[in-house]
Structures are given as structure tokens and as C-alpha cells.
Write a protein that binds this ligand. Structure first.
Ligand SMILES: [Zn+2]
Length: 404
């Protein structure tokens, strides 16, 4: 008798629910706790809330609960359907579990805490459940928290893509810069991506017309999407993407030149880095090269000069600097550099916008590391939906309202 009272208190059960017994199977390592209600008990209608509905019939169900020491624990109960005068017959909700879950709320809270810290597959092994059951729990809490998401104060957004898996499948992230949280994650990167974000924003109390600043790369899909769906947003082109365009041009110059200049073999990464970041060996390689005669070295100087744009003290100084740089780059007689400079010219306003907005996707570097962590935790996630849920869980700053 006393151990059932103890269990009843530990489970926090309130009338009419009582613990009526427990069985422990030492061989299987499993404890079963039976919960029941006295005959004649009345329940609230789950539909309209009317109290004092009589039980119509019952269905036996069980739920995985937190382990009892090292043993798996299950709650079992007869769950009544009630007959409400107004609503007809409905299954009542039990206080320890959600209606469609085979886990108790406390077990789910434990799962949610664990999956924030380790891969879902590892949690599944630890608790000895199939991971699809755990993913179902993750989706429930993430979806519910996202339904409560308040995006009404969002005005500055960074939009960037990241590889979902090595070599294929991209996921686009839309980040609220001011609160450093992922607002929206979606598969791929195409013209409809920004429109889908704008719809999602509106669905969460946000206003696409209120977005004043957006940071994107120079892809036509994003530029077009922002123009159509975030009409009042000033575009800042992400400076890391801008530098990457120049970097790629330097690499193209090197590849072409390497065919006739064997000294360039194995120097690819020397030119991709900044001088301050070279390893000792790379520094020695660079010093030994006849840089004065190399086109690659000239292209590299043009790249370093482009980076200095971002050190200019004012928008006016930056405009003058960019004009001089453009003249130099387009007179370099290096075709890849000329093409890159024209791309920069074509996106002039958004590049210089940085001097007013000071936003860059580097601001979401912290988010990116969370996304990397999400990929690791969603390892073997099998679906983009699982990956997105993990991104929201780790990087969305959601209010999960986990049961306690
Ligand atoms: Zn009712």
C-alpha cells in the first residue's frame, strides 16, 4: 500500500487518478505501474470542458516513463471515453501524456533535453527506442514552439545557404540579425525561397514590408526574391561572398598560369589565404616564388586591395576607393579579374550598402556553428524535415515549454 502512495506522489497524480499497483520483472528489467480511477468517477469533456461527464467505456493504454533506476518503466491505465451531453463521445486527456504519444510528458522532456546535447541516433540507442519515435517527439515540440513564434519586431535579416549534406542538398537559413535566431529554414535556393520566408514571417506576426535591411549573396534568385517579397529592404551584399568572387578569380588566374609555370604547382592555398594567415611553410613558398613576374601574384594583390575596401572610414571614402580599385582591376589584363570586377561593379550599391548597414552573414557565424551542430545531431536524419527541426531546435531560440 505504501509504495503505491509513494508512486502516486512521485508521479504527481491527482484524483480521480490513483496508482493501484506495480509489477517488477527483474528478468526483463521492466517496471509497470498501473493507474486507474474509481468506478463512478466523472471527467471533464475534452472538447467543451464541461465537468462531470460519466465514463462511457475505456481503452487500455501504456506509456513509456522515465527509467526507474536502470529499469524501463511504463505506466498503464484504462483511459475512459466520456459521453458529453453537448459533444458526444470523446476520449479524455490524461494529465501525464499527450493524447497521441506513447511516452509520458516527463519522458518526452528528457528526450528533448538529450537531443539538444547529442545526436538523436545516440539518444535512441541510450533509451532503447527507434529513432523515428524520438523524431516524432522532436517534431511535436518544435512545431508547437514555432506556432508560438513571434516575429513581429523583425526588421533586419541575413539570408544564407549552407550545404545540408556533403556535396548536395542545400538548406537556406533566414536569420533575425538582432535576436541572432533562425526564423526560417527551407530546402534549396531558388526564386521562391524568399517568398516562402515572407509568407512564414507574416504567419508569425511579422511584416515583410517592415524588413528594412537584408544581407544576401549576389545570386540572382535572392536578389529577385528580395525585390518581390521584401520590397522595402535595402540589400547589403555579404562581404565574405564578395571576397569569394575575387578569390575564385585569383584561383582561375593561377590555374591558367600554372600550365606554363611549374613553380605554381601546389600553391593553391597560399593564394587563397591572407598574408597574416599563412603557415610558416606557405610563407616560405610565397617568398621563394618569383612573384614580380607572376600573373597570379598580381591577381592576389588585387584581391588584397579589394579586402581593404572594408577598412575605409566612410561611405564616401569607400566609394572613391572602390572606383580606383575597379579601374586597376579592369586594366590588369587578367580576364578572370576583369570579370570579377565587373560583377562587383554590377552589384555596386549593395556592396557599398555595408558602410551604412554594417551587416554581414559573418554576424551569423555563431548560427552557422549551431547549424553544423544540428547536422551532427541530426546525423542519419533521412529527411530534410528532420534537419530543419534540429536547426530550429538548436538555433531558433524557441520557447519549447517543456513539461516539468
Ligand atoms: Zn463537451
Amino acid at each position: 500500500m505504501r509504495d503505491t502512495t509513494l508512486m502516486q506522489m512521485a508521479l504527481g497524480l491527482t484524483p480521480p487518478w490513483t496508482v493501484t499497483g506495480s509489477d517488477f520483472d527483474a528478468e526483463v528489467g521492466r517496471i509497470d505501474i498501473q493507474i486507474d480511477f474509481p468506478a463512478g468517477s466523472r471527467f471533464a469533456c475534452p472538447s467543451c470542458g464541461a465537468a462531470d461527464c460519466p465514463a462511457y467505456d475505456t481503452e487500455r493504454r501504456s506509456w513509456r516513463h522515465l527509467n526507474f533506476f536502470q529499469h524501463q518503466a511504463y505506466l498503464t491505465a484504462r483511459v475512459p471515453r466520456v459521453r458529453c451531453d453537448k459533444c458526444g463521445i470523446h476520449t479524455v486527456s490524461v494529465p501525464w501524456a499527450r493524447s497521441d504519444s506513447g511516452f509520458t510528458l516527463l519522458f518526452e522532456a528528457m528526450v528533448m533535453t538529450m537531443v539538444s546535447a547529442m545526436p538523436v541516433a545516440a539518444v535512441a540507442r541510450m533509451v532503447n527506442e527507434h529513432d523515428t519515435r524520438l523524431w516524432r517527439v522532436v517534431h511535436h515540440y518544435v512545431d508547437a514552439a514555432r506556432a508560438r513564434l513571434d516575429a513581429s519586431d523583425v526588421t533586419r535579416v541575413a539570408i544564407d545557404e549552407t550545404a545540408a549534406q556533403r556535396g548536395h542538398n542545400y538548406i537556406t537559413l533566414c536569420v533575425d540579425i538582432d535576436q541572432a535566431r533562425v526564423l526560417f529554414a527551407t530546402e534549396g535556393k531558388h526564386a521562391g525561397t524568399i517568398a516562402a520566408f515572407a509568407d512564414d514571417l507574416a504567419a508569425h506576426g511579422g511584416d515583410p514590408d517592415a524588413i528594412a535591411e537584408v544581407c544576401i549573396d549576389m545570386s540572382p534568385a535572392f536578389i529577385k526574391g528580395v525585390g518581390e517579397s521584401l520590397p522595402n529592404a535595402a540589400i547589403t551584399f555579404d562581404k565574405f561572398h564578395a571576397v569569394k568572387i575575387i578569390n575564385d578569380a585569383v584561383d582561375a588566374v593561377r590555374r591558367a598560369e600554372q600550365k606554363g609555370q611549374s613553380v605554381l604547382r601546389g600553391t593553391r592555398y597560399v593564394w587563397l589565404r591572407n598574408p597574416d594567415n599563412l603557415s610558416e611553410r606557405q610563407r616560405a613558398t610565397l617568398d621563394a616564388l618569383p612573384t614580380r613576374h607572376l600573373k597570379t601574384a598580381r591577381a592576389y594583390q588585387i584581391r588584397l586591395a579589394f579586402q581593404e575596401l572594408y577598412d575605409q572610414p566612410s561611405p564616401e571614402a569607400a566609394t572613391d576607393y572602390l572606383k580606383r580599385w575597379y579601374f586597376w582591376a579592369t586594366h590588369s589584363r587578367l580576364d578572370p579579374m576583369i570579370d570579377a570586377a565587373r560583377t562587383i561593379k554590377h552589384h555596386w550599391d549593395g556592396i557599398l550598402r555595408w558602410f551604412d548597414s554594417k551587416i554581414a552573414n559573418g554576424l551569423i557565424e555563431g548560427i552557422n556553428s549551431l547549424v553544423q551542430a544540428a547536422k551532427a545531431k541530426a546525423r542519419g536524419y533521412r529527411s530534410m524535415r528532420n534537419l530543419k527541426a534540429m536547426v530550429y531546435l538548436l538555433a531558433g531560440k524557441l520557447d519549447l515549454q517543456l513539461p516539468t
